[in-house]
Design a protein around this ligand. Structure first.
Ligand code: CTP
Length: 151
């Protein structure tokens, strides 16, 4: 175990912990966080973890992410834990779970699906049909997708 924290504790915001090693950038991309928001963001990759061997961590200051916003990251980080920090203390902690509906984030794997047709303004939409392991169905063509198919 490391003797000191690589990144200091934050006063308020959201810590996304237990991200599988190497996936932090994918998590930020899915959340649509670019760094241009102006808030301080700390990214730690490939640090030791008791549970995962190695893990990534993202600390976003002064922004509280809701389960609705973060559940989508279960596509790349099913092990992630979300910690909401207020006044340096963890006031809420929850694990991400696959969302019931995913809109607009991923493409359908069926090349003939209407959502893949050029010039068709149709937002790809997937419904969760099974939780463990997660399985989604395309709302438009009915193609089944595991989370790994969507990424
Ligand atoms: N954290 C932080 N700033 C704080 C409090 C916590 O950045 N003011 C971070 C910690 O560094 C850790 C995560 O938030 O990465 C969760 O903190 P805590 O629940 O105290 O740690 P653990 O008990 O190790 O969490 P878990 O049981 O989820 O592994």
């Amino acid at each position: 175990m490391s003797r000191e924290l690589i990144v200091s504790k934050i006063r308020s915001g959201t810590v996304i912990d237990h991200i599988p090693a190497g996936r932090a950038l994918a998590v930020l991309r899915i959340l649509g966080i670019t760094g241009k928001e102006g808030v301080r963001i700390a990214l730690v990759m490939n640090v030791e973890s008791k549970k995962l061997g190695k893990k990534d961590i993202i600390k976003i200051e002064d922004r509280e992410l809701t389960p609705e916003e973060v559940n989508i990251i279960s596509a790349v980080a099913p092990t992630a834990t979300i910690n909401i920090i207020e006044d340096f203390r963890v006031v809420r902690k929850f694990k991400v779970t696959p969302p019931e509906v995913i809109r607009g984030k991923f493409k359908c794997r069926n090349p003939t699906c209407i959502t893949n047709a050029p010039r068709e303004p149709v937002e790809p939409t997937f419904y969760l049909v099974r939780r463990e392991p997660p399985l989604f169905i395309c709302a438009y063509c009915g193609r089944y997708h595991e989370l790994s198919d969507l990424i």
